[in-house]
Ligand binder design. Structure first.
Ligand code: ATP
Length: 384
């Protein structure tokens, strides 16, 4: 058995960040044992995670997020592909030699052990001395703000506290990489909100490369340096949260990360960055976003991508009115007022207005005009 090297304790708050690379990863499961049919859980996944980066895998249930995590952890045999940590191939290493920290949704704490003993467990198994274990656990307790809880049993802790212990337990043996699978999904909304910020702070302070699985787009947006959006075993887009939100590369991504309005339009003319566009019979002269330049040609059918907060409600007789409609429903949420507007062309538009003191509240069934002032415009092909 490897002895625990107490000197590396100094690294506790200064873990050397490692890169993770996934090349052409596929994982299949047999569908019909006798027919040799199989399903892809994930297919031809390529991903590079920079040292110290916090990447989230985001997508609906069954899209393959957990499969990727389990492949990195060595809990699944790859059907195809390679995985590297810091440039070293780890395909053939058993899970316990990969030195990864795993945090799952069902904390999996030992119910009969105190917080201290839960945290100490892996170091004890590695044969560390009592003194070194004490020192390591104290650092973790301090780091995760668990002082005073050392002698409590898991059932005497809140969900958020239990999840912090679970995180501490995975950090105490200084993993190369942290893998987190829906770590907040068992918590109620308030704790989730609190722990989300804390988790990111701790992970970034440690500088540990982390891969974080979630199906919650808001969680991914607020926690990640980079988001990997997945659909049916494939990667749809990899980018920073703000780019995923503002410049989605497919309709699926646009719809998955918050509400979006995809307005069908036609490019009448395009000259460099300058575009003339037809939206429901109205001509708009504007600029095309540099993110999608050279991707469109004259007469292309496109979607104009408009987030609810980019719309304004005005009088339908206003000169700036682009689309006329009627208020279909109003959802008052305090700081925001969310409207659904049924346009005269039968399209439902999502409009979200910041509620300020002077904001007018518009009742259901009222006729309104909708405008947006996006320059440059981000467009998407209609067949994305
Ligand atoms: P969730 O958010 O619901 O956990 P996920 O995105 O993590 O979903 P995976 O658990 O990775 O999805 O599953 C991907 C696909 O592989 C699913 O269609 C699932 O049914 C299938 N799958 C996963 N494990 C197995 C298995 N052991 N045998 C057969 N199919 C499996």
């Amino acid at each position: 058995m490897n002895r625990y090297d107490g000197d590396s304790l100094k690294l506790k708050i200064n873990i050397k960040p490692k890169s993770v690379e996934i090349r052409n990863l596929s994982k299949t499961y047999v569908k019909h044992r006798n027919k040799g049919d199989f399903n892809y859980a994930v297919r031809n996944i390529n991903l590079f995670v920079e040292p110290g980066e916090l990447v989230t895998l985001l997508g609906p249930s069954g899209c393959g997020k957990t499969t990727i995590l389990r492949c990195i952890a060595g809990l699944e045999e790859l059907s195809e592909g390679e995985i590297f940590i810091d440039g070293k191939k780890i395909n053939n290493l058993p899970p316990y030699q990969r030195n990864l920290g795993l945090v799952f949704q069902n904390y999996a704490l030992f119910p009969h052990l105190t917080v201290f003993d839960n945290l100490a467990y892996s170091l004890k198994m590695k044969g560390a001395s009592k003194e070194k274990i004490k020192k390591a656990v104290e650092i973790i307790i301090q780091m995760l703000n668990l002082g005073g809880y050392e002698n409590r049993l898991p059932q005497q802790l809140s969900g958020g506290e239990q999840q912090r212990v679970a995180l501490g337990r995975s950090l105490v043996s200084e993993p190369q990489i942290l893998l987190l699978d829906e770590p907040l999904s068992n918590l109620d909304a308030k704790f989730r909100e609190e722990l989300k910020g804390e988790l990111r702070k701790i992970i970034k302070a440690l500088g540990i490369t982390s891969i974080y699985v979630t199906h919650d787009q808001a969680e991914a947006m607020s926690i990640a340096d980079k988001i990997v959006v997945m659909k049916k075993g494939n990667i749809e887009q990899i980018d920073e949260p703000v780019n995923i939100y503002r410049y989605p590369s497919t309709e699926f991504v646009a719809n998955f990360v918050g509400k979006v309005n995809l307005l069908p339009a036609k490019l009448i003319n395009i000259e460099g960055e300058s575009i003339l566009i037809d939206l429901f019979g109205k001509e708009i002269q504007t600029k095309l976003s540099s993110k999608v330049q050279n991707r469109f040609a004259k007469n292309d059918k496109v979607y104009i991508v408009v987030r609810p907060e980019d719309f304004d409600l005005i009088s339908k007789s206003d000169n700036d009115c682009l689309i006329k409609g009627r208020v279909d429903s109003v959802d008052f949420q305090g700081e925001l007022i969310k409207y659904k507007i049924k346009s005269e062309h039968g399209m439902i538009l999502f409009v979200s207005i910041q509620n300020k003191v002077e904001t007018m509240f518009i009742d259901e069934s009222k006729e309104v005009g909708v405008k947006f002032n996006l320059n440059p415009l981000f467009l998407m092909p209609t067949d994305s």
